[in-house]
Write a protein that binds this ligand. Structure first.
Ligand code: SF4
Length: 656
């Protein structure tokens, strides 16, 4: 179905939706009714009734969370159904649970809602009881013992809240490993935290979870989550990348030794020791050989590798030894079959990688230094080149209503590109613009003359511009890069050019955790330099961010195996990879970046795009058509006057 834009009038909104929002405004007098929100809720109600797939881009400020929660929960409660809301970030999950759900409960009455997290976030009592005190540093063992004696949830997050960063890493030693759970044969099953949590999920009207858990459930045929009747995928722009991760393979040199260590702890039979030792040493040999022949870095693999036969054979021997092993208890029997499945699937994945048996798949090797004993981390990866068939088969063909939403899914108001990346067709599409006044509150600055990326002097040019803009913003800026190396270089150049007072405010990705950096920026102000993930999910409302600097148009460059392979695939099909893939991806990412600036109605600021190709090249028009309608200037003085006038109007005392 074609994309279309909002044009509904209040009179056309369904009576149920009008009633829900009327109740909301009655209960919360400060609540402001927004046409876009009503329209969104109205479409969601229709999708629920017709069991349709609905794709919505809802601009920032529409109030999309309540727009889907109210009709979805209303439908769930009226029909005795179960709803699932999947988000990409934890932040949004917490906002839904602690901010929006209490509002929905006031409108619709009480209902049960639970937050589902992945299995490895739960304490496994069987693993804990298998650990002997000597296997952990005494201080950690004592800390874990005390916590386990009192915890009601057994959740990683709870332990992390009382542990140091280092202590928290030991949770992995006692976390549930789904493939190695003894299930019904486990003697701790009655007390199992994960089983208790699953019982709560089963009794819930609404379950909130993340995209990762949604795909983990799909990957094993729906065995993790209870049956659900409606699915809302929020932050849907991240769906493709998470799906690629789940439908691909990732093997590392550490995985087998770790699993062998667990095997010997769970099934301490001396007859296993020789074959376990043999697998371990063959694993070391193979990954050493891979590291030596490829060297450090990321390397695409385009032909079968003549390696790994010995490891495949020794894994066969291990699997046979396990099959023949006589064990003593039903729990051990269950564990034995779990280990057989685990080693068998590892073996299968290794042979897929070495022999390149998967079609429409890209293969690559990553070799990096590691802080572990052997000093090197080797990873073997595969990723499907087209995720669409996997998603169609596993999810889209289910006959349930599915709502996809995000603030950035469209290109030039059309959702076609995004839908094609995830294999969606036959959907109802809706693009609802943000109600914010971008024209008056945002100014876009592009330097008239600049040095294009890859030309000599580019770093100097960017550092000069960044320095000027940081000064104009009084140190309230976010500077976005497309790679870490350029970020580090521009950071150093800028640092040396700023006065001491502003130097102190500079922070960059990697200095601290992302949360730590953002909290510091929000609470104390400052300038943050970031790449990649900093283009999205950052919410800094208010005056802590008035200058957003995009240093380069975010084109994907063919330095990653996935990008290379996608470009080749399109070329082989006679398509132009730039127009069909790199440009649409860059437009979506630029929209994500620009979206960081105006988060509330009263926010204002400047977006500085330092890549002059947006003006000089013909494709520039495509970017502009996907951005909000705003004033564009080449004058740095105009940037100064814009910020001055906004500062004065929001803080009249600053005038004097
Ligand atoms: S049932 Fe599974 S997760 Fe729970 S304690 Fe037993 S082994 Fe661990």
């Amino acid at each position: 179905m074609a994309s279309y834009r909002s044009h509904t009038e209040v009179a056309l909104i369904s009576p149920t939706v009008r009633e829900l929002f009327a109740k909301l405004s009655h209960i919360f007098p400060n609540y402001k009714e927004r046409m876009g929100q009503l329209e969104l809720a109205d479409h969601i109600e229709s999708a629920l009734e017709t069991s349709s797939k609905l794709v919505i881009e809802a601009g920032t400020g529409i109030g999309k969370t309540l727009a889907y929660l109210l009709p979805v929960v209303n439908w769930v409660l009226d029909n005795g159904k179960v709803g699932v809301i999947a988000t990409f970030t934890k932040t949004l999950q917490h906002q839904i649970l602690h901010h929006d759900i209490p509002w929905v409960k006031r409108v619709l009455g009480d209902f049960t809602v639970s937050l589902a997290v992945g299995a490895n976030n739960y304490l496994c009592l069987r693993r804990w009881n298998k650990l002997s005190a000597g296997e952990l540093p005494p201080r950690i063992y004592e800390k874990l013992s005390k916590w386990i004696a009192t915890t009601d949830t057994g959740l990683r997050e709870e332990f992390e809240s009382i542990a140091t960063k280092l202590e928290a890493t030991y949770f992995d030693e006692i976390a549930k490993i789904p493939e190695l759970c003894a299930g019904k044969k486990c003697k701790f099953r009655d007390m199992c935290y994960y089983e208790r949590a699953k019982r709560v999920w089963r009794q819930s009207d609404l379950i909130i979870l993340n995209h990762h858990l949604l795909f983990a459930d799909l990957k094993i045929g729906g065995a993790l989550l209870p049956h659900y009747d409606v699915l809302v995928i929020d932050e849907a722009h991240n769906l493709e990348s998470v799906a690629v991760e789940y439908f691909g393979i990732r093997l590392t040199n550490f995985q087998l030794p770790y699993n062998l260590r667990l095997l010997i702890r769970d099934l301490p039979y001396h007859e296993l020791v020789p074959i376990v030792t043999k697998v371990e040493s063959t694993n070391t040999q193979l990954f050493h050989e891979i590291a030596t022949s490829f060297g450090y870095g990321t390397h695409r693999v385009t032909a079968p590798l003549r390696m790994g036969t010995m490891l495949l054979d020794t894994l066969d021997e291990l699997i046979n030894a396990l099959k023949e092993l006589q064990v003593n208890t039903p729990e051990e029997y269950e564990l034995k079959s779990r280990y057989i499945t685990r080693f068998d699937s590892w073996r299968y994945e290794l042979s897929c990688f070495m022999e390149q048996t998967l079609t429409a798949t890209v293969y690559w090797v990553e070799v990096r230094s590691s802080t572990r004993r052997d000093g090197v981390k080797v990873e073997l990866h595969t990723a499907p080149l087209d995720i669409a068939p996997h998603l169609r088969e596993s999810l889209w063909q289910r006959d349930i209503p599915i709502i996809f939403t995000s603030a950035t899914l469209a290109i030039d108001n059309n959702l076609g590109y995004w839908k094609s990346t995830v294999g969606l067709d036959n959907t109802v599409d809706l693009v609802l613009p943000s109600p914010f006044d971008y024209y008056h509150n945002m100014l876009v600055y592009v330097p008239k003359y600049g040095v294009e990326p890859d030309q000599p002097g580019y770093l100097e040019f960017v550092a000069n511009e960044v320095t000027k803009l940081i000064k104009l913003s009084h140190g309230k800026a976010l500077v976005l890069f497309t790679n870490l190396d350029t970020m580090d270089k521009v950071y150093s150049l800028t640092l040396s050019r700023l006065p001491a007072t502003l130097q102190q405010t500079l922070m960059k990705q990697g200095d601290r955790s992302r949360t730590g950096l953002l909290t510091s920026m929000q609470e104390l102000g400052g300038v943050l330099f970031g790449a990649d993930t900093y283009w999205q999910g950052i919410d800094l409302p208010g005056p802590s961010l008035v200058m957003l600097i995009i240093t380069r148009l975010p084109f994907k460059v063919p330095d990653s195996p996935i990008v290379q392979a996608k470009i080749e695939l399109l070329q082989s099909q006679g398509d132009n990879p730039f127009w069909k893939y790199q440009l649409p991806q860059a437009i979506m990412k630029l929209r994500q970046g620009v979206g960081r600036l105006i988060r509330r109605e009263s926010d204002y600021g400047v977006v500085a795009i330092l890549d002059t190709r947006i003006m000089a090249r013909s494709y520039g028009k495509k970017f502009w058509r996907s951005l909000p309608k705003v004033k564009v200037t080449h004058s740095i003085e105009e940037v100064y006057y814009f910020l001055q006038s906004k500062e004065r109007s929001t803080n009249p005392q600053a005038d004097g």
